[in-house]
Design a protein around this ligand. Structure first.
Ligand SMILES: Cc1cc2nc3c(=O)[nH]c(=O)nc-3n(C[C@H](O)[C@H](O)[C@H](O)COP(=O)(O)OP(=O)(O)OC[C@H]3O[C@@H](n4cnc5c(N)ncnc54)[C@H](O)[C@@H]3O)c2cc1C
Length: 417
């Protein structure tokens, strides 16, 4: 059996390992347009910050590809796939053949098309190459004015990295708060204050209108007419799945490549996983792309097992978002804001510690934490399993700080989680 995996990251590498668990003899080829062995994309901002070197963020130890008998074709882009003839064509002319194909092509930054967007000095932050290039630019030009566009996880990590290098940054956020998908306004406020204390200028509720410059970026204009001097704009306003290969091959594509619970696409023998795949989300009751690392790993594993002949459904988990910014930990799961009517929230808000639970009757439907986030896994479990959780209201009301430890006393059945 010949397995071809396009994409050498969370989904692709996990799929290759899963295949090898079952098929010890089949030929596995991983191809990537990035030149590096697989690395942890989520840590590229550590490289940008100067806290890690590329070799420190590798996903697997040296020798991984040899140990798993994987042929790695790196630094080469696949430009077309031909499902009927079981072939994939590389930009440099070579042809790869397959019996089973996995599209684990991930996603790319969504760059807003405002006037001036072709100027030099505007970049996304998705690859190790992006991080190395920006780090070099900042090293070469101390005091370079930088704007970071976007209020999500990646922009905050980029901003933290810039501050960590001793630089300054202005953060431009369209929403009235940072991390609007992950946190409510009070929790976001704690993060915003921490960032402001660290010297970040945050412009909330204001989008980018245009870039300005002669060939090179010199300034950005905001919708309110304000001009901000900037020689570098790092844009992190979400991602778009890399769908070109799937579209060219006539696969069923929506927001992402549409897959069933076995990660199968509309074409037999072709699978998709990770940021490029759109799977059914039982919470939203519709197909959705979950562009997060754990999802890529779960889907990659299911894809690999199915490619190698098992029949294993990828069970969509309740999504937990967790991150750390400037030493503050934040996490959320389920509903961040209660729906009007039949949902209500219980909040404990103290300095450096924020804990909010969202209930529908006696059931937990969401949680937001800033501070000690250890309880988030238990909340996720309570939400996923829909166990009665009314006892939590009482305990939160008592402002208990080490909530995880206390929870085991009041709800011993949680130990099974
Ligand atoms: C700075 C940053 C911080 C992040 N932080 C977090 C976090 O804290 N938590 C979290 O859950 N997630 C985080 N993410 C998101 C996470 O990295 C992604 O969800 C994850 O990498 C998706 O893995 P993937 O394998 O689906 O795709 P990707 O990691 O995008 O890999 C796809 C690979 O396929 C290659 N490729 C695409 N097309 C072709 C082609 N035609 N030919 C050859 N190769 C091709 C791409 O170049 C890429 O190497 C972060 C992302 C970034 C950029």
């Amino acid at each position: 059996m010949r397995y071809l995996i396009i994409g050498n990251s969370a989904a692709g590498v996990t799929a290759a390992e899963a295949i090898r668990k079952i098929d010890t003899k089949g030929e596995i080829t991983i191809v990537s347009d990035e030149p590096y062995p697989a690395y942890s994309r989520i840590f590229i901002t550590n490289v940008l910050a100067g806290k890690a070197r590329p070799e420190n963020i590798l996903m697997r130890p040296p020798g991984f590809y040899e140990e798993f008998q994987i042929k790695a074709v790196l630094g080469q882009k696949v430009v077309q796939i031909d499902p009927a003839n079981h072939e994939a064509y590389l930009e440099k002319g070579a042809v790869l053949t397959f019996d089973r194909l996995l599209l684990a092509t991930g996603a790319s930054p969504q760059l807003p098309s405002v006037p001036g967007s072709g100027l030099r000095g505007i970049t996304g932050m998705r690859t190790l190459a992006d991080a190395l290039e920006v780090a070099k630019r900042i090293e070469d030009t101390p005091g370079l004015p930088v704007v970071v566009v976007g209020g999500g996880l990646v922009s905050l990590k980029v901003t933290e990295a810039l501050i960590g290098r001793g630089g300054e940054a202005t953060l431009i956020v369209k929403s009235p708060q940072v991390l609007s998908q992950m946190l409510d306004e009070r929790a976001a406020g704690i993060i915003q204050r921490r960032m402001a204390d660290a010297g970040v200028t945050i412009r909330l509720g204001c989008d980018l209108r245009a870039y300005e410059g002669e060939g090179e970026l010199e300034a950005v204009y905001l919708e309110d007419g304000q001009e901000i001097a900037a020689r570098l704009a790092i844009v992190a306003k979400g991602v778009r799945p890399n769908l070109e290969l799937a579209q060219g091959a006539g696969l069923h594509v929506n927001q992402g490549i549409v897959v069933n619970p076995y990660q199968e696409t509309s074409r037999e023998g072709i699978y998709a996983a990770g940021d490029v795949a759109e799977a059914y989300d039982p919470v939203r009751q519709q197909g959705s792309v979950n562009a997060m690392w754990p999802n890529a790993v779960f889907q990659g594993e299911a894809a690999g097992l199915n490619m190698a002949g098992q029949r294993v459904a990828c069970r969509p988990g309740t999504r937990v978002n967790a991150a750390s910014f400037l030493g503050l930990q934040a996490a959320s799961v389920g509903r961040v804001r209660p729906l009007d009517g039949d949902e209500e929230e219980v909040v404990v808000n103290r300095e450096g510690y924020y804990h909010k639970l969202v209930f529908r009757e006696e059931f937990l439907v969401g949680a937001v934490i800033v501070g000690d986030i250890r309880s988030i896994g238990h909340y996720r479990w309570l939400i996923a399993e829909q166990k009665p959780a009314h006892f939590l209201r009482r305990e939160l009301g008592r402002k208990i700080y080490n909530f995880s430890a206390y929870r085991l006393q009041v709800a011993p059945w949680c130990r099974e989680a």
